[in-house]
Design a protein around this ligand. Structure first.
Ligand code: HEC
Ligand code: HEC
Ligand code: HEC
Ligand code: HEC
Length: 389
């Protein structure tokens, strides 16, 4: 961003769909979800965002919370087709801003596939089909003679094609797909359509170049944000650290010291790797050197050591406590241990090995396709568990 600003005037926009991880937020996650959404708005205030669209993933805590955020924001949230049951829009539909001597109209349109039942107070929300809204709003925007018209939306790619085919005078569509991946940009009837992944892994850049004889050429490129370490913004960096500290304390409050039935573990009790070590010293020695033994340290390094979204695969007892972890079991059973694969071992240990335990080939329950290269993960069993002197 800073380097682009050195090259020329910059207009920073966000197509929306970015404030929450999920469309339905479980009650225990609400306080931290609020904290993160506020942090994003504060950070965009610092970065000088010109406008943000509204997508399905921005409504997860209801329209009233989003309106609170809109008041906190020093930029408008735009949505031309989201109204209350009386037809009154919740947000402005468009805004014309100036950048580099150009008047750029920014228009927000939300996709109609909203899971209203998931949204707190969802009954209060009415969505006009976005293509109809576009046909209504874009000509009105065009009457104000902006140099460029840009649509910010979470519409599906199929609907984006239909929008472009309508032949409305839209120069650029910035989309955010539901799936967390980039789509290939395409041009249709004079409209450039660029869709970004939803979780901020990539910054899209569109250079606006004046054409001889009038008009502008738009050139798209992507800047991947995860490949390279960028230094923290001097003001946003500390804001993030403070918000993380607040989130950690919220998470700590949400996890009880000792949950009902916490570590009894699927009918048997977990005993922990130190107990297995007594009779399987060489297996233990090997395991200690694997990444599994350090899986909880990994969370700690990320400040996620009390995030219930992560504990299931980075600690032991969680999966048998029906998603209600307690502090005691997290502390007693950090990391991926023997019993993550072999199951709870109290009876086995007490019977000196005569009661069998599971064979351990349960890699896929944690090595899911989205987390890991699951291709033949089970062939790596010897890496995960073997005897070493
Ligand atoms: C008191 C000693 C003792 C303790 C403690 C112990 N084991 Fe064993 N274990 C044995 C003996 C003895 C055998 C059978 C002989 C062998 O394979 O070494 C055995 C066998 C096994 C086997 C292979 C046979 C089977 O049952 O499928 C696995 C896997 C195993 N133990 C895992 C564990 C795990 C995990 C722990 C900790 C939860 C553990 N053991 C704790 C003594 C123990
Ligand atoms: C309880 C969840 C869980 C189970 C079950 C599990 N893993 Fe893992 N595995 C993890 C986690 C979490 C990490 C990352 C550890 C870290 O670095 O913090 C990991 C890392 C690994 C790694 C190192 C990463 C790499 O690609 O080099 C290997 C290899 C691995 N696991 C193999 C296995 C195999 C083989 C099995 C089944 C026999 C298995 N795992 C079962 C959670 C699990
Ligand atoms: C469904 C199980 C699962 C959940 C849930 C999970 N992880 Fe993991 N995680 C894994 C596995 C498996 C690996 C090993 C991936 C590999 O290298 O193959 C891993 C690896 C990692 C690594 C990389 C370790 C390294 O140093 O290479 C980090 C960091 C991590 N997880 C953080 C998290 C955080 C933060 C969360 C919660 C937001 C989380 N994980 C939730 C299964 C999970
Ligand atoms: C990531 C999953 C995983 C972890 C963690 C793990 N094991 Fe295993 N373990 C396996 C698998 C899979 C096998 C079967 C290996 C094979 O077939 O080569 C196995 C085999 C064994 C065996 C021999 C079983 C037999 O039939 O001879 C013992 C004993 C054992 N593990 C004990 C342990 C102990 C003790 C620990 C902790 C110190 C541990 N394992 C950690 C997955 C795991």
């Amino acid at each position: 961003m800073e380097s682009a600003r050195k090259q020329g005037p910059v207009l920073l926009v966000n197509a929306g769909n970015c404030l929450f991880k999920r469309e339905r937020i479980p009650a225990r996650k609400v306080p931290e979800a609020r904290e993160i959404a506020r942090l994003m708005v504060d950070a965009y205030n610092e970065m000088g965002l010109a406008a943000m669209g509204v997508g399905a993933y921005d409504l997860s805590l209801g329209v009233d919370f989003l309106l609170d955020l809109a008041r906190r924001a020093r930029f408008p949230l735009l949505c031309a087709n989201l109204t209350d049951p009386h037809g009154t829009p919740y947000f402005p539909g468009y805004r014309i801003v100036e950048a580099g001597g150009l008047r750029v109209a920014l228009v927000g349109l939300i996709d109609e596939r909203l899971k209203r039942g998931h949204i707190p107070g969802g009954r209060k929300i009415v969505v006009e089909p976005p293509l109809e809204a576009a046909a209504r709003v874009i000509p009105r925007v065009a009457e104000e003679r902006p140099d460029l018209i840009v649509v910010l939306t979470d519409m599906t790619e199929r609907r984006l094609r239909l929008l472009a085919r309508k032949g409305l005078p839209v120069d650029l569509v910035v989309g955010t797909s539901r799936r967390n991946q980039l789509s290939v940009p395409f041009r249709l009837k004079g409209t450039l359509i660029v869709a970004l992944d939803r979780r901020g892994k990539t910054l899209g850049r569109v250079d606006v170049i004046p054409k001889e004889g009038g008009g502008y050429e738009l050139r798209n490129s992507f800047v991947p944000l995860l490949q390279k370490r960028y230094p923290d913004h001097p003001r946003v960096g500390p804001m993030v650290q403070e918000a993380l500290a607040r989130i950690r304390s919220l998470q700590a409050q949400a996890i009880p010291e000792k949950a009902e039935g916490g570590e009894e573990g699927c009918g048997q009790e977990y005993v922990g790797a130190e107990t297995c070590r007594r009779c399987h010293g060489r297996r233990y020695a090997h395991w200690r050197r694997t990444p599994h033994a350090r899986a909880y340290e990994t969370l700690r390094a990320k400040g996620k050591e009390l995030d219930t979204d992560c504990l299931a695969c980075h600690t032991v007892a969680f999966e048998c406590s029906e998603g209600k972890p307690d502090r005691r079991s997290i502390e007693r059973f950090p990391g991926v241990q023997c019993e993550s694969c072999h199951g709870p071992g109290s009876a086995h240990a007490a019977s000196e090995g005569r009661t069998p335990v599971e064979q351990g080939l349960v890699c896929a329950k944690c090595h899911t396709r989205e987390r890991s290269d699951t291709e033949r993960i089970e062939d790596r069993a010897a890496e995960a568990c073997a005897e070493t002197d």
